[in-house]
Design a protein around this ligand. Structure first.
Ligand code: AMP
Length: 625
């Protein structure tokens, strides 16, 4: 059988003989008590994988390896910001996780409680995540680049008992304090104020005390050498919540289970990433994103591999830094975003050729569309296969991909190849009819979603169904992406069909940006769109209408409001103060028309527009960028 046939056989089995397929994959992890059934799908679209099974993620990611590979490095921490490197063995990780778990128990955290982790890329962040799942607590990691408003909405939604944070992070050599943002966020919350545990890195230059804060160093010292038995939880027990953006301003908490999550992680390393125990994986992402959760933390550690946790920029101290890490640590699998590669592409292939990359077998790219040019350039520069993989926070692991562990199928530039195991794909036209090859449509997944995909939206089952399963005539999961597949069954992703903007692989909702702008007292209304950008894929362009009689704020001041409320990643590249916005007669802002004009396209026929002159207002604004 060639690779293509091997894939087809396994894929068909994962759909047609679903239970047998996933029963086999489930053997890759340890079950304290075996599951009764592979799948409970009695209440669609809610899928419960491996019901009746008892297990623990921390046991699988740490304890299990302590026996077999205690001296092996679990985490390599490299910070080019504070110029430090550290290797943590599985044995040492076990010690640290147990002490942290013991501290969590002392702070009154019990199974099911939420813990919000707002930390930079330091080993303690991974230790905190593992300590939570060890005791059955549910972590919610908030990306360190998020600011007050984003933090407050996540605290309100998850109502954590504890927040773990640090005095500061660093980015590009500049200290970025965390505590002032947290103070501001806490001032805006509606729920009971959580306890705050602070890891003091000695970086913050201005003290920022938080009432009742607990100092990590002195607290953890009391737990030296303590061991905490892993809490055996039901397979469906929530392991974490990760917030992501959608059409509304309110972020959605994607809830992941325990058993299905582990099985998904472990089999994806086996078949997709092709990483074996003992090998080194480097995911150049952030633990605040789903790629970080899955491929910096859980998948490598569940596999008994070594993971690299990198604090810093890919071009600092020079654009060869990542390739030097590949050489230094004999990395076999590298995973990052197309934007990072486009950034490195600008500096030339010499930085790549200067290093011994003989250990590197495959580069994986995900998070945003990978343009053909970049795909071709990096493939030639590295001389190894470069795999585009398409997935979402919601799924936690690839939906469309090639399979390094199974044997790669032919790679086509611009295509994330074919469906991963368990994903039954459907392409629909506007009327909800199924499409064949070579026609663009909305990409859907026929449920049940495979193991590892979100079980629900935290605290809101109805919103889960309504958001993802109500846009088609039949019950199908909507990815909110357009796609097409060719005669060979290769998929091509054609962008989002909702109001989500993807800046450098970071997903933001237009509503979030608009709501942040509207917190400025002079702003009456705002519209944000994602315009095409050669480096970051998309950039944000915003249009703001001011209150009459308001003092006119500068464009920079308005941009700064967004950075302050959501974070620097959401700061618009262009912002214009305009007298009005194009709207329908029922008062809805026509973002599609704004986007078309901003990208220099014709907005087309707009029969429902209230005042066509507003299109000229937008044309005029974008001419003055
Ligand atoms: P996130 O949940 O932040 O990972 O964002 C998921 C979205 O990013 C998807 O719905 C796509 O719009 C986009 N995306 C992720 N990976 C790819 C890819 N390989 N190609 C094209 N778009 C992608």
């Amino acid at each position: 059988m060639n690779n293509q046939e091997r894939y087809e056989t396994m894929y068909r089995r994962s759909i047609d003989d679903r239970e047998a397929f996933w029963r086999e994959q489930a053997e890759l992890i340890h079950w304290h008590k075996p599951f009764d059934r592979v799948l409970d799908y009695d209440n669609p679209p809610f899928a419960q994988w491996f019901p009746g099974g008892l297990t623990n993620i921390c046991y699988n990611a740490v304890d299990r390896h302590r026996e077999e590979r205690g001296d092996q490095t679990a985490i390599i921490w490299v910070s080019t910001e504070v110029e430090q490197r550290l290797e943590v063995s599985y044995r040492e990780l076990y010690r640290q996780v147990n002490e942290m778990a013991s501290l969590l128990l002392e702070l009154g955290i019990v199974s099911g409680d939420r813990v919000l982790i707002y930390l930079p890329m330091i080993p303690e962040a991974i230790v905190a995540m593992l300590a939570c799942v060890r005791i059955g607590a549910v972590h919610s990691v908030v990306f360190g680049g998020f600011a007050a408003l984003a933090l407050a909405s996540r605290i309100d939604d998850a109502s954590p008992k504890l927040i773990i944070t640090a005095d500061a992070g660093m980015r590009g050599g500049k200290v970025t304090p965390y505590k002032p943002l947290l103070v501001e966020g806490l001032a805006a919350i509606a729920v009971e104020r959580p306890q705050v545990l602070v890891i003091d890195r000695g970086l913050a230059t201005t003290p920022c005390p938080i009432a009742g804060e607990i100092d990590f160093a002195s607290a953890i010292a009391r737990h030296a050498g303590r061991e905490v038995a892993p809490e055996w939880v039901e397979s469906s027990h929530p392991s974490y919540i990760l917030y992501t953006s959608g059409t509304t301003g309110r972020p959605k908490g994607a809830q992941r289970d325990t058993g299905g999550h582990m099985v998904a992680m472990r089999q994806s390393m086996q078949w997709i990433y092709g990483v074996q125990p003992g090998e080194v994986m480097f995911a150049g992402s952030d633990i605040g994103w789903v790629v970080g959760h899955s491929y910096i933390v859980y998948a490598p550690l569940l596999t008994g591999a070594t993971t690299i946790l990198y604090e810093g920029l890919p071009i600092r101290p020079d654009p060869g830094i990542w390739w030097s890490l590949v050489a230094d640590y004999r990395v076999s699998c590298l995973f990052t975003s197309p934007t990072a590669i486009r950034l490195l592409k600008k500096t030339g292939a010499d930085w790549i050729h200067a290093h011994d990359l003989s250990s590197l077998r495959t580069l994986f790219l995900a998070g945003e569309p990978l343009d053909k040019e970049t795909h071709r350039w990096v493939t030639e520069a590295l001389g190894i296969p470069v795999v585009d993989n398409y997935w979402q926070t919601e799924t936690g692991w690839p939906i469309l991909t090639n399979f390094a562990g199974l044997g790669l199928m032919e790679l086509k530039f611009g295509s994330p190849t074919k469906p991963a195991f368990g994903y039954d794909m459907v392409l629909l036209d506007e009327s909800g009819a199924e499409l064949g090859p070579n026609t663009k449509g909305s990409l859907m997944i026929r449920p049940p979603l495979p193991p590892g995909c979100m079980s629900t939206i935290w605290g809101d089952d109805a919103r889960f169904v309504q958001t993802y399963f109500s846009s088609a005539r039949q019950m199908l999961y909507a990815t909110f992406d357009y796609a097409i597949y060719d005669d060979d069954g290769y998929y091509f992703i054609m962008g989002r069909n909702d109001d989500v903007i993807n800046v450098a692989g970071h997903r933001l909702g237009t509503r979030e940006v608009e709501e942040a702008l509207c917190t400025h007292p002079a702003v009456a209304e705002a519209a944000a769109v994602g315009i095409q950008d050669d480096l970051k894929g998309q950039e944000i362009e915003a249009f703001v209408v001011l209150m009459s009689h308001a003092a006119i704020p500068s464009e920079d001041e308005l941009k700064a409001v967004v950075a302050r409320q959501i974070g620097g990643i959401a700061k618009p590249k262009f912002l214009h103060v305009v007298p009005g916005l194009p709207k329908t007669r029922s008062g809805k802002v026509i973002r599609r028309a704004i986007l078309a004009i901003a990208e220099g396209r014709d907005p087309g026929e707009l029969p429902t527009i209230e005042d066509a002159k507003m299109l000229d207002v937008i044309r005029d604004a974008v001419q003055h960028r």
